[in-house]
Design a protein around this ligand. Structure first.
Ligand code: IMP
Length: 200
């Protein structure tokens, strides 16, 4: 069991991205699906760091294995950093990704291209039991599109255009997104910590 990491997320899309990024590393990747009794953790922190540590610690205690959690979200300059840690429930509790994107586009309706700057943030924490084994942060800068475009990915992918691209995250392949994304940038250093922990 030494060569195992549990990805502490119930988000299928995030899990797929992490699995792709860890493929071929020699580490066995499990997810919370392998631990059906694992309860949700309330994300009530004011920062990505606070939420991710809370999730990673709780899930690691439950699994008894090295466990990674990520808290991520979209930070829009014009909206003073919103939706930020509230990205998942921007349009209200129980809202869909579509509801969130529509709310965002509505709020930025009359905002010109030059003022639509945004960034995606991913903060990863790794815990083994109650002990924090490490962490990492990744950011991807870009801007908000004027309409939803593309069918890949999830969440705000159809409205986020990474810097240096004209396509949205949702129009990019998973491989390209992983290369440049906030989550990819956070996971690369986190992967080193995992490999060291697993002595690979
Ligand atoms: P949490 O990290 O599970 O609290 O939720 C993060 C929320 O931020 C997700 O529900 C998405 O709405 C959004 N998000 C995080 N990462 C991405 C991404 O890579 N693409 C699009 N949306 C994302």
């Amino acid at each position: 069991m030494k060569h195992t990491v549990v990805i502490g997320t119930k988000n299928k899309n995030k899990l797929k991205e992490f699995q792709a990024l860890l493929r071929g590393s020699g580490v066995r990747v499990l997810s919370l699906k392998d631990f059906p009794g694992c309860k949700d953790v309330k994300e009530d922190g004011k920062t990505f760091e606070a939420n991710t540590r809370k999730k990673a610690r709780a899930y690691a205690i439950h699994t008894g294995l090295l466990t990674l959690a990520d808290d991520s979200g979209l930070v829009v300059r014009r909206l003073k950093g919103k939706p930020g840690v509230y990205s998942a429930r921007f349009a209200g509790i129980g809202c869909t990704y579509r509801d969130n994107n529509r709310k965002l586009l509505r709020l930025l309706k009359h905002v010109p291209a030059s003022k639509r700057k945004a960034k995606f943030v991913s903060v990863i924490a790794l815990f083994y039991g109650k002990k924090c084994v490490g962490g990492a942060r990744g950011e991807c800068r870009g801007r908000i599109a004027f309409e939803e475009r593309g069918r890949n990915g999830f969440g705000y992918d159809p409205v986020f255009i990474p810097a240096g691209f004209s396509k949205t995250y949702a129009e990019l392949s998973r491989e390209t997104k992983n290369k440049i994304s906030h989550r990819g940038k956070a996971l690369r250093p986190a992967k080193k910590i995992i490999l060291k922990f697993c002595r690979i």
